[in-house]
Design a protein around this ligand. Structure first.
Ligand code: NAP
Length: 248
């Protein structure tokens, strides 16, 4: 890609983009004509995704990225800087459940720690590493992939597993934690032009849930794409699904 072309294009980075919802977010942003960094930790899975996206006409490039690893995240930020000089949109999509069951009385602390390390600390790690690049963008956007199960209102209001997920003391609280973290970022960044919001994709059939979800990854990607393409007067610090605002 020439420098000229890179400057004209919106540059996005999607974490965990080798499969599932992240892949479809990359495909959707690529379909807008954007240049999309496919952040993924496994070389083979990342390159396969990049090739598939390119075959579909997307200007995709691979970004080796393990969100739990400081050196990997720093190297990813350097790669984006060398390639494009800035970043317009970051989608923090990478996430893990930590495996089920996760009853509070049975769980191991290692299980909880691993989920928080990826779903919360990973988001902070990646966001802060690329923040200098986002500050160079005319319309910077950050989308954090949360879940409806992160809503304390939903966690406490119903036992319907489709909306609250199973009892989990690692995964669901990790998304509640992420929601709170995102609100704090929104407050600090309020006057910077950086809009940061939370997306809930619904219950999507992916590896994450053994493909038990009822929505397609493409449907799950739609809300993240909407938040990635917000106008400059769009919301920040919000928590959204397709149907609108989710109660905290
Ligand atoms: P998925 O198919 O399992 O994809 C998860 C992605 O995250 C994979 O690309 C995975 O990479 C990546 N990842 C995990 N740990 C990583 C790490 N340390 N560094 C870099 N990448 C890492 O699951 P999904 O359903 O698409 O989930 C995407 C996001 O949506 C997650 O944040 C999830 O919590 C959220 N979400 C999903 C649902 C649902 O119903 N599916 C509902 C609500 C929210 P590998 O291939 O290397 O493992």
């Amino acid at each position: 890609m020439t420098e000229q072309r890179t400057q004209e294009k919106t540059i996005a980075l999607v974490t965990g983009a080798n499969k599932g919802i992240g892949y479809e977010i990359a495909a959707g942003l690529g379909a807008l004509g954007w240049s999309v960094g496919v952040g993924a930790r496994d070389d083979g899975r990342r390159e396969a995704a990049v090739e598939k996206l390119r075959a579909a006409g997307v200007d995709a490039f691979g970004v080796p990225l393990d969100v739990t690893d400081d050196a990997s995240v720093a190297a990813a930020a350097r790669l984006v800087e060398q390639r494009a000089g800035r970043l317009d949109v970051l989608v923090n999509n990478a996430g893990v459940t930590g495996g089920m069951p996760q009853e509070p009385t049975q769980v191991s602390l290692e299980q909880v720690r691993a989920v928080v390390e990826t779903n919360v600390l990973g988001v902070i790690r990646v966001t802060n590493a690329v923040l200098p690049l986002l500050r160079r963008s005319a319309s910077p956007r950050i989308v954090n992939m949360s879940s409806g199960v992160g809503s304390l209102t939903r966690q406490s209001a119903t036992t319907d597993e489709l909306s609250t997920g199973p009892i989990s003391v690692a995964y669901s609280p990790s998304k509640t934690f992420l929601n709170a973290v995102t609100v704090q970022y929104a407050k600090e960044l309020r006057d910077t032009g950086i809009l940061i919001n939370l997306a809930c994709p619904g219950f999507v059939a992916t590896d994450l849930n053994g493909f038990r979800g009822v929505r397609t990854p493409e449907q799950g990607a739609a809300i993240a794409i909407r938040l990635a393409t917000l106008p400059d007067d769009g919301p920040t610090g919000g928590y959204f699904e397709d149907a609108g605002v989710i109660p905290w």
